[in-house]
Design a protein around this ligand. Structure first.
Ligand SMILES: NC(=O)c1ccc[n+]([C@@H]2O[C@H](COP(=O)([O-])OP(=O)(O)OC[C@H]3O[C@@H](n4cnc5c(N)ncnc54)[C@H](O)[C@@H]3O)[C@@H](O)[C@H]2O)c1
Length: 332
């Protein structure tokens, strides 16, 4: 099987490529990635020599490139996106270009070659926000609150429309907040870990009361793999981590693992339109596909912290670039 993966030089995409190449000895992967600030060839250094892997630098909204790479492809997994909420608040334009126009260009090109399956990676953020109770199901109406989540919801609606109109074989996946190795250090967990490893304070929005449902990236890769092979075309699958934590609780866990006290916590002005709580109901994927998360947040954090400790060479240059930008993008 030949799979086109878009955005494979990012956090989840690179973990997924490694997962697929290791698990399926006969699969081939083409990775189409624009190498934006978030894309990094170092994420796949260990597999770039594999004869079953090829990389093409290009944008998903570039119709000619996309048409050319689609030839001979059986399935597409679309990870490519502008993914950081704080950046979308400052400038939504790149989010619309990649997450909406780019999705449309990919859909058209995949339809033209009668693709067997198109897996579109969305997010739980399209559902908006929860109060203290309840969980999002796949039937929850879309109520995105940030320019990022609005652009992701728009992409989802196009995918849905292609299924309804053309019986295009698409599936939408909505994972919760991921964490793990190779996550760009502007995101909440790697920002906290790397700041603490550098002896710096950790910024927390508001009073740290916001709740996220944390999913270890390897669990998400297993879920996307299972959906690619066993998911039903035209369906949506939530992928939650069963790892709900308030931001402040999470920060304290990371501080404890690194043997630091609470004096490193700095509360900063809250993000505008900050969603209070996300939590996903996993009944559908558990019932239909038999996937459930296997890594508890404590174990996942230990693994992630260990990885960042061992791989300073990877994140140090990225932190330097971020501090040169000095825009202070943090948290998701
Ligand atoms: N990280 C999370 O917690 C999370 C949670 C739920 C859903 N998601 C979704 O999962 C997907 C992957 O997220 P991530 O955290 O790995 O993102 P990321 O920002 O780490 O990586 C995105 C990748 O896409 C590439 N890219 C961006 N624009 C492109 C374009 N126009 N054409 C081609 N490539 C382009 C970048 O170079 C980068 O390699 C995204 O669709 C995101 O919305 C992420």
């Amino acid at each position: 099987m030949k799979i086109l993966i878009t955005g494979g030089c990012g956090f989840i995409g690179s973990n997924f490529i490694r997962h697929i190449l290791n698990k399926y000895p006969h699969y081939e992967i083409i990775n189409l990635d624009a190498l934006t600030y978030a894309g990094n060839l170092e994420n796949l250094r260990d597999i770039e020599e594999s004869p079953r892997y090829s990389f093409i630098r290009g944008r998903i909204e570039g119709a000619a490139t996309v048409k050319a790479v689609m030839k001979g492809v059986d399935c597409v997994v679309n990870f490519a996106a502008e993914s950081h909420v704080d950046r979308s608040i400052l400038d939504a334009q790149p989010f619309l270009t990649t997450n909406v126009i780019g999705t449309h260009i990919l859909l058209e090109a995949a339809r033209a070659v009668s693709i067997k399956r198109f897996i579109h990676i969305s997010t739980d953020e399209v559902y908006g926000t929860l109060g203290d109770e309840g969980k999002f199901t796949e039937e929850t109406p879309l109520r995105p609150n940030s320019p990022y989540s609005a652009s992701k919801a728009s992409g989802d609606l196009l995918v849905r429309a292609f299924y309804e109109t053309y019986k295009f074989p698409a599936i939408i996946v909505r994972p919760s907040n991921n964490y793990g190795p190779y996550q760009f250090p502007e995101k909440f967990i790697p920002l906290m870990i790397t700041n603490l490893l550098e002896g710096k304070p950790i910024p927390i929005y508001g009073r740290g009361e916001n709740v996220r449902d944390w999913l270890f990236v390897e669990d998400n890769c297993r879920a996307i793999d299972a959906i690619l092979h066993d998911g039903k075309v035209g369906e949506i699958y939530n992928v939650g981590g069963d790892g709900e934590k308030r931001n402040i609780e999470l920060a304290k866990k990371i501080l404890a693992i690194l043997g630091k006290d609470d004096s490193y916590i700095t509360f900063v002005k809250d993000r505008p339109g900050h969603d209070f709580r996300y939590a996903l109901n996993n009944s559908k994927i558990e019932g239909e596909i038999g996937w459930r998360p296997s890594v508890k947040i404590e174990e996942g954090l230990e693994k992630t912290i260990h990885w960042y400790k061992e791989n300073e060479w990877w994140w140090m240059p990225l932190k330097e670039r971020l501090s040169a930008e000095s825009k202070g993008f943090w948290g998701r």
